[in-house]
Ligand binder design. Structure first.
Ligand code: DX5
Ligand code: ZN
Length: 223
């Protein structure tokens, strides 16, 4: 029953731990645990695919230990095929990687599926959204970046709205249940419009963790 209710919750918020205060990670996670957040978004950056380095397995293990929210792992790395299984074993609820980082995503998706973990394909804003179309029936979710991957706190790119509408239409026309996740520059002001356009999951880093009241911010984003 709970599972059913969970699936029916069409407006999901995934706070991105990238913007958390890492000196007080346990407190930050406990606060998200008490909130209406649906997932905890985990941004892994390698300094090669993106010009920034975030964190890896030790932090993932700490998150696993403290978070009661499922971990939504977003890999911004080259050669994701080397690491997806380890992230699955480390307790990921979903594992996503960038389409533009690989030659052929299919065998990597299969590695994730074999672990019983949800699959997600991601694209940066400069990648044609049509490139996701052949994979819509092969993944659980697609993640459209609404800023260039690499840093929190950037400004939402407005052209993302039309991409959401396009991919939402494709999913509906084909009777699929693929979820649409949006990541970058999401805040209280644009959340409703993003859900309206067809987004299912909104990632929010600075808007949540830098807010005076993160719990209330998450609640308002879901309205
Ligand atoms: C950026 C990351 C995002 C980031 C979002 O590369 O993928 O998840 O944490 O941060 P905000 O919500 O601050 O744009
Ligand atoms: Zn992300």
């Amino acid at each position: 029953m709970l599972f059913f209710l969970y699936l029916c919750d069409m407006k999901q918020i995934a706070p991105s731990v990238l913007s958390a205060d890492f000196a007080h990670l346990e407190d930050e996670i406990n606060r998200i645990n008490r909130s209406d957040a649906d997932l905890l978004h985990v941004d892994v950056m390698d300094g090669t695919f993106v010009p920034n380095i975030s964190f890896g397995f030790p932090v993932m293990e700490a998150l696993r230990k403290y978070s009661t929210k499922p971990l939504d792992v977003h890999l911004m790395i080259v050669h994701p095929e080397k690491y997806v299984e380890r992230f699955c074993d480390a307790g990921a609820w979903s594992v996503g990687f960038h389409l533009e980082a690989v030659d052929d995503p299919e065998p990597i998706l299969q590695l994730i599926r074999n672990k019983g973990v949800r699959t997600c394909l991601t694209i940066n804003p400069d990648i044609d959204v049509k490139r996701l179309v052949p994979y819509l029936d092969k993944v659980d979710m697609v993640l459209l970046m609404s800023v260039f991957a690499g840093f929190g706190g950037q400004k939402f790119i407005p052209e993302t709205m039309d991409k959401i509408r396009f991919i939402h239409r494709e999913i509906q026309d084909r009777g699929l249940h693929t979820l649409i996740e949006i990541d970058g520059g999401v805040n209280i002001a644009n959340a409703a419009e993003l859900f309206e356009a067809g987004a299912d999951i909104l990632v929010a880093g600075s808007a949540v963790f830098h807010a005076e009241d993160p719990i209330e911010t998450i609640r308002q984003m879901k309205q």
